[in-house]
Design a protein around this ligand. Structure first.
Ligand code: CTP
Ligand code: CA
Length: 225
């Protein structure tokens, strides 16, 4: 990784990264969310900065501080995240969707706290927009990198997301393994792009982030030429 830090292959590039979970309000005091810690997205932001990039993070609620020199836009819901991303993306050369965006949100957002009454209650959910797909569908799109969290058939589902969402690259992690991936210090990634793939074995998220950005920088440059 030494050569990377001295070569700074992302010098002059602007990178937009989504990170963390989203919170989908049920009422003024409750929400639906997930266990994403934001550590992978923040590690990518910090590594991208070290490799010379200008970095903006659009972040859901996390207990992390913004890496030095990075800009951070804090959001809550998937709809907020989409709005922030859409207003920033025109400036970006590379977009990395690392957030664990909630797939669904409560259909109705009520103004008052829901009172406890019946023994059973039902929540109706509706699908959130897919931010990553929307970025990939833009006319002047940046180089688009997605993440995929899978518990089975990793390559099959990752390659399916790569082509269905029209991504340039996807980094897949196996969340069925204990102690790696979601909400942990360690991670391992299988990275796929239309004409190739590479495996980044289990290590801490900071080294992994540098290695992933090295792969991204290489494919990004190849696409420019
Ligand atoms: N993503 C997004 N907006 C959403 C849902 C997901 O931008 N509403 C992005 C994530 O940031 C990630 C990628 O899409 O980069 C894949 O997320 P994942 O949850 O693995 O895939 P989904 O397409 O949501 O499919 P599923 O959850 O059914 O596997
Ligand atoms: Ca999902």
């Amino acid at each position: 990784l030494e050569h990377l830090l001295s070569d700074r292959p992302l010098t002059g590039t602007k990178i937009l990264i989504t990170a963390g979970p989203t919170r989908e309000a049920i009422d003024p005091v409750r929400y639906l969310s997930n266990h994403s810690s934001g550590k992978m997205g923040y590690a990518l932001a910090s590594a991208a900065k070290r490799l010379g990039a200008e970095v903006t993070i659009v972040s859901g609620p996390v207990a992390l501080s913004t890496p030095a020199g990075c800009q951070c836009i804090a959001v809550q819901s998937a709809l907020d995240m989409r709005k922030a991303v859409m207003s920033e993306v025109a400036k970006a050369d590379i977009f990395i969707g690392c957030a664990a965006v909630a797939d669904y949100r409560p259909a109705q957002q009520v103004e008052q706290k829901i009172k406890k009454s019946r023994d059973e209650m039902q929540l109706t959910l509706i699908k959130n927009p897919d931010i990553l797909s929307e970025v990939a569908a833009l006319p002047n799109r940046p180089f688009v990198v997605g993440f995929a969290a899978e518990t089975q058939d990793l390559e099959h589902y990752a390659r399916d997301k790569l082509s269905r969402k029209r991504l340039d690259m996807i980094a897949a992690n196996d969340v069925s393994k204990q102690n790696i991936g979601f909400n942990s210090e360690q991670n391992a990634l299988s990275v796929f792009w239309p004409s190739g793939e590479t495996k980044l074995p289990e290590c801490d998220k900071h080294s992994l982030a540098l290695q992933l950005l090295d792969v991204i920088a290489e494919q990004y440059k190849e696409k420019q030429d």
